[in-house]
Design a protein around this ligand. Sequence first.
Ligand SMILES: C[S@@+](CC[C@H](N)C(=O)[O-])C[C@H]1O[C@@H](n2cnc3c(N)ncnc32)[C@H](O)[C@@H]1O
Length: 236
Amino acid sequence: MTDHHLDTVRVLYDTVAESYHALVPPRFAEDAVGRGMLGAFADLVRADGGGPVADLGCGPGHVTDHLAALGLSVTGIDLSPAMVAVARRAHPALRFEVGSMTDLPLPDARLGGIVAWWSIVHTPPQVLPTVVAEFHRTLAPGGHLLLGFHVGDELVRRDHAYGHPVTVESYRHPPERVTGLLEQAGFTVTARLVTEGTSCQQACLLARRPPSERPIMEFGYQPNLDNSRESCATTP
Ligand SMILES: C[S@@+](CC[C@H](N)C(=O)[O-])C[C@H]1O[C@@H](n2cnc3c(N)ncnc32)[C@H](O)[C@@H]1O
């Protein structure tokens, strides 16, 4: 993502932060399907040890708060300082930081989970590989990723949002292309859901950084998959 593009998105969400906070969390409260996907994600992260979770593009923090209520240790990160200020005010017990998915202020391989819930919707297709690489870098082996985004293959321009005259550039992404990028980066895609939204379809993808990746890279150890297949085949 060019710095100019990040600046445009930052200005957009700095401008609409308060009205977004008034309008969107009540809609999220009624989104049974989305909450179901977040619940499945939380179950998976907890089952794999409950490592730290990052809610990337957290906006005013309502999803961060929902994940915390599901028992996760979660930090919200957003490009927009105004969104982070609203999130801190609305959820003072939770952690929120300013940062970009294109260059995350996080160490390598520490996270048990990442949620990017309707936050790659302003990421141009040519920048998605950078963002996916950051997801992969910061997730620990075995960590889980949940993405929500609009389905399509186009740039949608608007000049109003959340009651403000602002420039909005949103990208719809084909789930097959996002799946391909995730797989190229080393993820295993574990679930795909497409729902019928009001203006377009919406996709949720669950993916996982394979648990065995780090031992293979660090120690040069290659499990003998042929042997394990043999032992399965010979088990009565
Ligand atoms: C449509 S809102 C979604 C907010 C929240 N996740 C939700 O579900 O309501 C998109 C959010 O992603 C943030 N965002 C967009 N690009 C980002 C980037 N590169 N890094 C971090 N946050 C970003 C915006 O500032 C905005 O708060």
